[in-house]
Design a protein. Structure first.
Length: 231
């Protein structure tokens, strides 16, 4: 297993650093705003359709808001590095809380044979998140890596997780609606829980691929934040 490539040059200049900090703050604010709306829609639609996956997706949005708020809190300090570890712990704890709740609800639904109803709102929400969240995640991850901020990168991974969960949610809802496979909904929720556990573990350990790689042409990616790459 290989880790991130080593830092090859000095940190960003003070001016560049200030620009990156402002960018992270704006991205965190955008993430919070989107996820507040996403959570409200998903939780309402999930409750109406009795969909464990949709409710789990909504709870992930709530947790993503808490994660982004932790990073926002960190970057309100002039010396934001001093709050790094605490912010990381909050992000990790958010993942674990989501995984625990969704696992319990998924098992309950599978054992009890609970059948989720069709949810057009849920399907539209999943597609919209697939379009929006990758963009927010990529820009924040790039800024966080250049800053060398593990918490900013961890939060961007939380946002990227939302993209994966959107795909899982979309498949689960679509299969349930098209073929009546009721178990697809709680099964999709269990996938959400499993991914959340892995991301929580990595955030807790600080394995967030935050080390920037600097070359003559500027910061570059070492690929460690790509899906499925070694941490």
């Amino acid at each position: 297993m290989t880790g991130p490539l080593p830092l090859l040059s000095a940190e960003p200049s003070p001016t560049r650093r200030a620009t990156l900090v402002r960018r992270v703050r704006l991205l965190v604010a955008a993430t919070i705003a989107y996820n507040v709306i996403e959570a409200a829609v998903a939780l309402t639609a999930g409750t109406l359709a009795d969909s464990t996956a949709l409710v789990g997706f909504g709870l992930d949005s709530v947790i993503e808001v808490s994660s982004a708020a932790a990073v926002a809190w960190q970057f309100t300090a002039a010396d934001h590095e001093r709050r790094e570890r605490t912010a990381l712990r909050i992000v990790a704890g958010s993942f674990f809380a989501l995984a625990a709740y969704v696992t319990v609800e998924s098992v309950r639904a599978l054992v009890g044979g609970d059948r989720a109803e069709h949810s057009t709102v849920g399907l539209v929400l999943a597609v919209l998140s697939l379009l929006v969240m990758p963009l927010l995640s990529a820009v924040q991850r790039r800024a966080g890596r250049e800053l060398g901020s593990a918490s900013a990168v961890a939060d961007s991974r939380q946002t990227l997780l939302c993209t994966y969960l959107s795909a899982v949610l979309l498949v689960g809802l679509a299969v349930n609606s098209l073929f009546g496979w009721w178990w697809a909904d709680p099964a999709a929720a269990l996938v959400i829980a499993a991914v959340a556990v892995r991301e929580g573990r990595d955030a807790w350990r600080g394995h967030t691929c935050c080390t920037p790689v600097i070359s003559d042409s500027g910061p570059t990616s070492d690929g460690c934040c790509a899906p499925g790459s070694p941490r």
